[in-house]
Design a binder for this molecule. Structure first.
Ligand code: PXL
Length: 304
């Protein structure tokens, strides 16, 4: 019996030491709340939580559903709430290890988000901008060309951007090429995107072969390109860009390097899509990412 108590104490002392060493992180996540159709904040929050990251949220808009597949959705623009939220937060003096922006609710928000980044960034804050604007060569319903040029400008403030090929071609003002491109083409896109400002550029939805899909990354400081692919799963899945960007940020803030973070995010997103496909779920409701969270946490080595 005493032996059992002794072992327990050793365990809890060990845990206390681990807790003291643990580098707790906070991220400010700036996305819409789509009340139905897992994307944006309803995806970013659980994934960042699983990555052990405290997440403070700034909702940019509240929609009854996302805009990609449902008719008659409501849209409440929260542009006028963002600065007052920031003003209050400034009185709290909380540091941010990361600022993560996604779907924005209005053109006016672009300028406000730039201010927010200026207010909450210090030398240790990592800024990830996901320039959420479109997919499959088309802009989402709420955006236009003026918004694209505003987003291009906002990307100057980022340490990392995570566009898909549609968003990349729009920001570069180039034709969208769906398939049949080669490695040189993608490297060229990555390099041109990096000239917008960020050190790290990650391009999602890249495919050189029919049954493969993945991501390409570029680290401008190291002048290094990486590619990582997984199996392509038939169908169009809503919210996967948000699953990918959130899991990428979670991995990166946990000290995984760029290539490793991309691998973890591609594997996690693909596993979630695979599960959705196996369940035969209605893909308008987003992907079944929840049951894959334990594997994501294991890939991050997340246990205390
Ligand atoms: O996942 C991208 C996204 C985010 N938020 C809203 C959207 C979409 C894509 O359609 O409509 C409101």
């Amino acid at each position: 019996m005493p032996c059992i108590i002794f072992t327990g104490m050793k365990g809890s002392e060990h845990k206390l030491q681990e807790i003291k060493k643990y580098n707790k992180k906070r991220v400010i996540a700036v996305h819409d709340i789509s009340c139905i159709g897992r994307c944006s904040l309803t995806v970013a929050l659980p994934i960042l939580s699983a990555a052990g990251i405290e997440t403070s949220v700034i909702p940019t808009a509240v929609l009854s559903t996302h805009t990609g597949g449902f008719k008659g959705y409501t849209f409440r623009d929260l542009t006028d709430d963002i600065l007052p939220i920031c003003e209050h937060w400034k009185t709290l003096g909380l540091p941010a290890d990361g600022i993560y922006t996604g779907y924005l609710g209005s053109y006016r928000q672009l300028k406000i988000i730039e201010e927010l980044i200026g207010d909450f960034r210090d030398q240790n804050t990592f800024v990830l901008i996901d320039p959420v604007m479109g997919d499959s060569g088309k802009l989402y319903a709420t955006f236009n060309k003026k918004f694209v040029s505003g987003m291009r400008k906002l990307c100057r403030k980022a340490d990392m951007i995570v566009p898909n090929l549609t968003e990349a071609s729009m920001m570069l003002d180039e034709e969208y090429i769906e398939k049949g491109y080669n490695e040189e083409y993608i490297k060229n896109i990555l390099k041109k995107l990096s000239f917008l400002g960020p050190r790290y550029t990650v391009l999602s939805g890249v495919s050189f072969e029919d049954r493969k899909n993945g991501a390409a990354s570029y680290d401008r400081e190291k002048n290094e390109y990486e590619f990582y692919f997984s199996d392509y799963i038939d169908g169009f899945y809503h919210g996967t860009g948000d699953v990918f960007a959130s899991s990428l940020l979670g991995a990166f803030l946990n000290g995984k390097g760029l290539a490793q973070s991309v691998k973890i995010a591609v594997d996690y997103t693909t596993a979630s899509i695979n599960l959705t496909h196996s369940f035969g779920s209605d893909t308008r409701y987003g992907v079944d990412f929840e049951l894959e969270l334990p594997k994501y946490m294991a890939a991050l080595g997340k246990t205390l």
